[in-house]
Design a protein. Sequence first.
Length: 217
Amino acid sequence: MKGLIYVLEDDESISGLVKFSLEREQIVCRTFSSVKAFKDGMAYGAPDIALLDIMLPDGSGLEVLKEIKERYPSVCCIMLSALGSEHDKVVGLDLGADDYIAKPFGVMELVARVNAALRRRSGNNTIKVGDLELNNDTMSVTLRGKPLEVNKKEFELLRYCMKNTDMVLPRDTLLTEIWGYVDTETRTLDNHVARLRKLGVDNFETVFGVGYRFKKP
């Protein structure tokens, strides 16, 4: 099995074609025709990739996208929509979509993009910096083989810093990337760094007047 794909699409002809095409590639595919059915499916486990239509009979695929990214940030989300204007694509991507395919689409292109996303995912599940290891699938962190109890923002901060080791990371950049805003008076970033240091993560180096550098051991 190359991966597990969930398809949220109320047009049975489209979902059937997508399912057939992906399963020919040894990709397991489950289809859902409503937001409710999709959410019920997610309760039993998250997929590797979610293919999401936008206009559904009982809701919007954009709301589903937001919920997936909040609860399962490592799931790759690809929008499949008849709303194919530049503005529609920008809205979807700004909400966290990893890709956007406008209808009508070519099946070969869809399969190629799914395979590319699976390749990226297989190479990005785990990040290691010395004895520190972060797993995107389970949203877990271990240090010298022992699990660290981190909250969501601590996890996101570590992930960003571990992907940018030995680089000077300005406070404004970290606040924007992790919290989505810049506030020069806030101590939020410093408090999270202090908490991670208490847990034994000693990679953070303070760059006075600028921000932090996440050092390799």
